[in-house]
Write a protein that binds this ligand. Structure first.
Ligand code: F6P
Length: 555
């Protein structure tokens, strides 16, 4: 969910004059002093956090493991969403990190392994910073890997990404009572885009051996296209969203083609066992195949596909360290002042503005709480950060209107002009902007109706270094399997969710700290580098990577 944003100079501007240079030297000195101060503070924080941070798998550990496991094989990550977008602004080209858990999580992996990342170029200045093959080194200022952008026709992209991925596969897999639209030309656009991704991966790889890490439901057919041309490739797919049960999946007209696409992978990963089991059940129902329940693998037409779970987590150490820095506490105080929160307790929600996230349900529960507990009115403030998402789909537009309306109603009923009951912030916040909100919040509410994992829940826990926060968590998130010390409540049950928020607000500090400590251990033991290392380790252990082209498709 976190998206650091920073400015880079306008790459198209002319050469710098002398005054610019001397200014730059002055700036450089202060910059060095500032960096030294920052490094010292970080060291002190690292020491204060002790083994909580120092025992975690690091980016260097992952880099070493990747070299050991993969030998010469090149890593290629492919996803619909690019990790960085170059956008035009009045003061030049600005780089922003894309919203969404996938982009920030995989960015850490790409940095550590030096992988090549292939994704759609979609922002208005993306082309301006790339070479003729669509390549640009990222992140700006600290270049660690190559991002290769794929240029799609706007019409194809509209059908494939907006209409098919987000209007069909997304509601189908989340089962949240939003009807998926099954429209043949959109499916054909999806097929076409998957072919184009395969083409870009193959041209990037050349004749070298490679491990392709396909990310998410946008690329469900890519492995078949790759396999047809390079049977030797090692292909892993990580499906970041839920996999529905077989009854729901049966409604999907192109179910067999999608399953064939996934079975062209050597390994398919999910966040939790429930989704992996649903996947196996679906294959058993739809395709003639042999399901090996012992090894959790599927054999079909002489090929074997392993199915495994890898619960994803953010870079917890980075978040904990940031949250312990003085700027984070200062930022929290500034938010308190700007929003005129006084000494109110703070409840926080952070989500993409998506109907799967249960934002209206959360606001309704909070309203119910204030209705039944007048003593809380004016003493609690709710901050909802809702990042606009997929804004051209009607379902998302009407959700935005609903959330605005619910917010206005709640404020009419229980807020005053200088003390709104709820603050709705509808923009994307960067890493440094978001951390202070986590630090500030006494309670975070994650009320997703269905979610593969939900990284916000884990980010909040990672940021609570003082143990002074409570998490209310939907049992329909992957995160709920691991964070069993959260206060769990169904978003479909308004009274239960209201009671859970009330309980979180009044939790005894010792109990709150005990629960938070337990959750922090979970998050620290499963960070993003562990996630990637386990996938690479299995790729080797299951003999998926030979370091050299393999002779044939079947094993
Ligand atoms: O986790 C599912 C997912 O589609 C990710 O791929 C992405 O990080 C997030 O949701 C945001 O979606 P989009 O890329 O469509 O804005």
């Amino acid at each position: 969910m976190m998206a650091p944003s920073y400015r880079i100079p306008n790459l198209l501007s002319g050469t710098a004059g002398p005054s610019y240079n001397s200014k730059l030297m002055g700036t450089a000195k202060t910059d060095v002093a500032r960096r030294v101060r920052q490094a010292l503070t970080r060291m002190a924080n690292r020491q204060a956090l002790g083994s909580e941070v120092s025992d975690q798998t690091t980016s260097d550990d992952l880099a070493r493991a990747a070299r050991g496991y993969l030998g010469d094989a090149q890593i290629l990550i492919a996803s619909n969403r690019e990790p960085y977008q170059h956008v035009q602004t009045p003061s030049g080209i600005e780089v922003v990190r894309s919203p969404g858990g996938l982009a920030s999580a995989l960015d850490s992996v790409a940095r550590a392994t030096g992988a090549t990342w292939i994704a759609q170029g979609a922002a208005d200045a993306d082309r301006l910073v790339c070479d003729e093959e669509g390549r640009v080194r990222v992140p700006p200022g600290n270049e660690r890997y190559t991002l290769k952008r794929l240029w799609l026709e706007p019409e194809t992209r509209a059908l494939e990404y907006r209409r098919f991925c987000n209007g069909c596969l997304w509601p189908l897999c989340h089962i949240v009572y939003v009807r998926p639209h099954f429209v043949a030309p959109r499916w054909r656009a999806y097929q076409e885009v998957n072919e184009q991704f395969a083409e870009a991966i193959l041209s990037s790889l050349g004749a070298r051996p490679g491990l392709v890490l396909l990310q998410d439901y946008h690329l469900g057919l890519c492995a078949s296209a790759l396999r047809a041309r390079r049977p030797d490739l090692s292909i892993v797919m990580f499906w970041h969203i839920p996999w529905p049960n077989r009854e729901v999946f049966r409604t999907f007209p192109w179910r067999r083609e999608l399953l064939e696409g996934l079975l062209a992978c050597d390994l398919v990963g999910f966040h939790i066992q429930y989704h992996a089991t649903n996947f196996l059940d679906t294959v058993a129902q739809e395709l003639e195949s042999h399901i090996d329940h012992e090894r959790f693998a599927i054999r079909r037409r002489g090929r074997k596909t392993f199915v495994r779970t890898y619960p994803i987590s953010p870079d917890a150490a980075e978040i904990s360290l940031a949250a312990s820095e003085p700027w984070a506490a200062r930022g929290a105080e500034q938010v308190r002042e700007q929003l005129r929160l006084g000494d109110a307790q703070v409840v926080l929600g952070v989500d993409r503005l998506d109907y799967t996230k249960g934002i209206p349900e959360r606001i309704a529960a909070y309203e119910h709480l204030l209705e039944n507990h007048p003593e809380l009115r004016g003493r609690v403030a709710f901050i909802q950060i809702a990042v606009p998402s997929r804004v051209d789909l009607p379902e998302y537009q009407s959700l935005a209107v609903t959330v605005e309306e619910l917010t206005a109603r709640l404020n009419r009923r229980f807020g005053s002009a200088d003390r709104p009951a709820i603050h709705l912030i509808t923009r994307n916040l960067g890493f440094r902007d978001l951390i202070p909100y986590y630090v500030l919040a006494d309670v975070a509410v994650v009320s997703a109706l269905h979610d593969g994992m939900n990284l916000v829940a884990k980010e909040y826990v990672a940021a609570k270094v003082q143990l002074d926060g409570a998490l209310v968590l939907s049992p329909f998130t992957g995160a709920a399997r691991e964070l069993d010390q959260a206060i769990q409540a169904s978003p479909y049950d308004t009274e239960a969710l209201a009671a859970a928020i009330g309980r979180a607000l009044t939790l005894d500090p010792a109990e709150r700290a005990r629960r938070m400590r337990a959750m922090r251990e979970v998050v620290a033991g499963q960070n993003i580098y562990d996630w990637a290392r386990k996938i690479l380790r299995d790729a080797r252990r299951l003999h998926l990577v030979s370091g050299a082209p393999r002779p044939g498709a079947s094993r």
